[in-house]
Design a protein around this ligand. Structure first.
Ligand SMILES: Cc1cc2nc3c(=O)[nH]c(=O)nc-3n(C[C@H](O)[C@H](O)[C@H](O)COP(=O)(O)OP(=O)(O)OC[C@H]3O[C@@H](n4cnc5c(N)ncnc54)[C@H](O)[C@@H]3O)c2cc1C
Length: 415
C-alpha cells in the first residue's frame, strides 16, 4: 500500500490526512505538538469562525493574494461542504453577521475534536514528532527525516505545517525551509491580519478605547491621495492601532514601516467640516459658558478628550463662547483627521496569518501537487495565499487539504 506522510496536524493537515486515508492509502500524520490543532482552539476568540457561508465568488473576493489559484480548491470543497462536513459529524453550526459560521456551542474544541475524530476513524496513524527535512531522491519524495534523525519512508508527503503566526501553537514556519531545501521558491513572508505600531506616544493613553463607525485613510506622509481607506471599527492599544479596520488594512498594505505612512482617523465620517462647524455652533449656543473640554464631551468619548485637547492646543478651560472661528475650524479639522504615523506591523506572535509562502506558480491548483518534486503536495497557510477575517483562512485550509488528500497518489508520480 502507498505510504503517505502528512506533516502538520492543523486543519489543513487533518483534513488532508483523513481524505487520503479514506481512499485506502496508509497515512501517518506527524505533529510536533502533544495535541493536534492547537491553533484551531484559539480561532474566533475560542469560538472558531469555521468558514464563511459565501458562494464561490464571495470566497474568491476575500482572498487578497492569488485568489485564482484557489478556484479549483474552493470548487472541490466549498463553504457549504465545510458546513455539511461538520454538521454530519455532530457539530451543529450557526451563521452570524457577515455570513460568519460558528459552532452552535461556541466551542472551537468541538471543531478540532470533529476533525481529529474524522482522521482517526479514516485510519490515520497519529505520531507526535517533528519533521526536520524532506528526503528526495532523483526528483521524487522518498521520505521524511525526523528531528531524531530517523527516516520515515514515504511514497508521498503532504506538507501542511502552517505559517509563522502564533508560533507558540507549533506553527514556527518549518515548512518554508523544508520546501525551499527541495527547490521550491518562497515569496517573502510577513505578519498579516495584524495590528500596526505608531510613532505617537499619546496613543498609549487611549489603550482599550474602541471606536465604531470611524473612517480611516492611510496615505504616504505629505500625499493627499490615500493608498487605502474604509469605514468601520478601530481599537487603540498601548503600542498602536488594532481592530477590524486595521487588520483589514494590514492584509492589503505591504510597505508599512518601510515608507512613512500616516493613518488619519475621521471621528465623524457622516459630517462634513461645514456640518461639524454648524454642530459646534449649536453646542456653543446651547451653553456658552461651558468649558472647551466639556463641549467636546458631546462629541467624543471621555477617554479621547485629554488627548484631543492636548493635540488641538486649545486650553481645556476656555469658555465655549470665547472660541474663535479659527479654533472651531481647528477642532473640526482634528475631528475629521486624528493622525498617527505607522511605524510597522506587530510581530508574528500577534498576527492571525502569515502573508507569503510557497509560490503558487510551482503548485498545481487542481491537485495541490508540487510541479518541482514528484510525490510532494501542499495544503493550508504554508502556501502563498491568505484571506481576510471572516472564516476565509480556515476555508482555505479545508479546501486545499481536501484537494491534497484526494489527489495525492492519483497521478503518475507515485507509481
Ligand atoms: C488567534 C487566531 C485566531 C484565528 N481565528 C480564525 C478564525 O476564526 N477563522 C479563520 O478562518 N481563521 C482564523 N485564524 C487563522 C487560521 O487559524 C489559520 O489560517 C489556520 O489554522 C491554518 O491552518 P494550517 O493547517 O495551514 O496551519 P496551522 O493551523 O498553523 O497548523 C500547522 C500545524 O503543523 C505543525 N507543525 C509545524 N511544523 C511542524 C514540523 N516540523 N513537524 C510536525 N508538525 C509541525 C504545527 O504544530 C501545527 O499544529 C486564526 C488564527 C489565529 C492565530
Amino acid at each position: 500500500m502507498k505510504q503517505i506522510v502528512v506533516v502538520g496536524g492543523g486543519p489543513a493537515g487533518l483534513m488532508a490526512a483523513g481524505q487520503a486515508a479514506q481512499r485506502g492509502l496508509s497515512v501517518t500524520l506527524l505533529e510536533g505538538q502533544p495535541r493536534p490543532a492547537r491553533k484551531l482552539l484559539l480561532t474566533g476568540k475560542g469560538r472558531c469562525n469555521v468558514t464563511n457561508a459565501a458562494d464561490l465568488s464571495g470566497l474568491i473576493e476575500n482572498v487578497p493574494r492569488n485568489p485564482k489559484f484557489l478556484y479549483a480548491a474552493f470548487s472541490a470543497f466549498s463553504a457549504q461542504d465545510t458546513m455539511a462536513f461538520f454538521e454530519a459529524r455532530g457539530v451543529p453550526l450557526k451563521v452570524e453577521r457577515g455570513n460568519r459560521v460558528f459552532p452552535q456551542s461556541d466551542r472551537a474544541a468541538d471543531i478540532a475534536d470533529a476533525l481529529i475524530r474524522f482522521a482517526k476513524q479514516a485510519g490515520v496513524t497519529f505520531r507526535q514528532e517533528k519533521a526536520a527535512a524532506l528526503c528526495v531522491s532523483q526528483g521524487k519524495i522518498s521520505g521524511v527525516r525526523l528531528i531524531s534523525g530517523a527516516i520515515l519512508p514515504a511514497d508521498g508527503v503532504i506538507l501542511a505545517t502552517g505559517g509563522r503566526s502564533y508560533p507558540a501553537t507549533g506553527s514556527t514556519g518549518d515548512g518554508y525551509r523544508m520546501a525551499r531545501e527541495v527547490g521550491h521558491t518562497l515569496t517573502p513572508q510577513r505578519p498579516s491580519l495584524v495590528p500596526f505600531e505608531v510613532r505617537e506616544a499619546d496613543c498609549a493613553e487611549l489603550q482599550g478605547l474602541s471606536l465604531r463607525n470611524v473612517g480611516l485613510r492611510i496615505a504616504e506622509a505629505g500625499c493627499e491621495k490615500p493608498v487605502w481607506q474604509a469605514q468601520g471599527e478601530l481599537l487603540f492599544t498601548h503600542f498602536g492601532l488594532s481592530g477590524p479596520l486595521i487588520l483589514r488594512a494590514s492584509a492589503d498594505l505591504s510597505e508599512i514601516g518601510q515608507k512613512d505612512f500616516v493613518a488619519a482617523i475621521d471621528l465623524k465620517p457622516a459630517l462634513s467640516p461645514e456640518q461639524l462647524d454648524a454642530r459646534l455652533l449649536r453646542e456653543i449656543a446651547s451653553s456658552p459658558n461651558r468649558q472647551y473640554a466639556n463641549l467636546l464631551a458631546s462629541l467624543l468619548p471621555a477617554k479621547l478628550i485629554p488627548v484631543f485637547v492636548a493635540r488641538v492646543g486649545i486650553p481645556p478651560d476656555c469658555r465655549a463662547h470665547a472660541l474663535t472661528r479659527a479654533q472651531r475650524s481647528e477642532t473640526a479639522g482634528l475631528l475629521k483627521q486624528l493622525s498617527f504615523h505607522l511605524t510597522g506591523y506587530r510581530p508574528y506572535a500577534e498576527a492571525v496569518v502569515t502573508r507569503g509562502g510557497v509560490a503558487v506558480g510551482e503548485v498545481e491548483p487542481g491537485t495541490m501537487r508540487s510541479k518541482r518534486v514528484a510525490g510532494l503536495s501542499f495544503a493550508g497557510e504554508l502556501l502563498d495565499v491568505d484571506g481576510y477575517t471572516g472564516g476565509f483562512n480556515l476555508q482555505i485550509a479545508f479546501s486545499t487539504g481536501y484537494l491534497a488528500g484526494n489527489c495525492i497518489g492519483n497521478g503518475e508520480e507515485l507509481s
